[in-house]
Ligand binder design. Structure first.
Ligand code: DC
Length: 213
């Protein structure tokens, strides 16, 4: 039987990363941050002077892109030239270009395979925009985490980041290929007035209840 895949989707700064990491820890599953995978490609392109509009060039480059999607201490990593990418992924240039890069269908197809590969042998908590709708449409564990625009802007500011999440959300929700969307069978959780612990409990309780049936 395939190991469980827990899908956690939602807009930028909804708190889904924090929650997904803790849910993974609580369940003993591997945490996969798919936003970091899109960010790594956006970073690589920027580093090599390739514009997100050069889709043919990007498509041709993807099969040999020297990024390694791996795992360390129960969470996903992206390596370049042997180093784990960290601060590079929140570079302002990346924040600006990532949703344009993520709208390229060939980029999504390329990463979709990598994302599903993680779940072939291990249970995962995967965080993103299209995990419940596209990556694991058959999983019974789908959660759509959101919060009001004001709360999300405040959370972003508290992280010391000032990127335009409204614009990114608009791009992510309006693209043709695998847009940010709540799967019809996902459990909607508005975290505006919830603590992190409450959200984590809500999800882990639901997962455990479904696993025991
Ligand atoms: O979760 P994040 O903010 O790090 O994601 C960065 C960008 O990547 C976001 O603007 C949308 C895109 N993304 C996506 O299109 N699909 C995913 N599964 C995850 C992220």
């Amino acid at each position: 039987m395939k190991p469980p895949a827990i899908a956690i989707d939602g807009p930028a700064a909804s708190g889904k990363s924090t929650v997904a990491k803790l849910v993974a820890k609580e369940l003993g599953y591997t945490f996969i941050n798919t936003g970091a995978m899109y960010r790594a490609i956006a970073w690589y392109l920027h580093e090599h002077g390739i514009s997100p509009s050069e889709t043919e060039k990007i498509t041709a480059l993807l099969p040999d892109i020297p990024l390694e999607f791996g795992k360390e201490d129960s969470h996903s990593t992206v390596l370049y030239a042997g180093d784990v990418l960290t601060h590079q992924l929140t570079d302002p240039a990346v924040n600006e270009s990532v949703s344009i890069v993520a709208a390229i269908p060939e980029v999504r197809t390329f990463l979709l395979r990598k994302q599903r590969e993680y779940n072939r042998t291990e249970a995962v908590v995967m965080e993103g925009r299209d995990i419940g709708s596209v990556v694991f449409p058959d999983t019974p564990f789908k959660y759509f985490v959101t919060a009001s625009p004001e709360v999300r802007a405040a959370r972003r500011a508290a992280q010391g980041l000032t990127d335009s999440i409204a614009e990114r959300d608009k791009n992510d929700a309006s693209r043709a290929c695998a847009p940010l969307a709540q799967a019809p069978d996902a459990l909607l959780i508005d975290t505006s007035h919830m603590t992190v612990e409450e959200v984590v409990n809500r999800i882990t309780q639901d997962v455990r209840a479904k696993l025991s049936h």
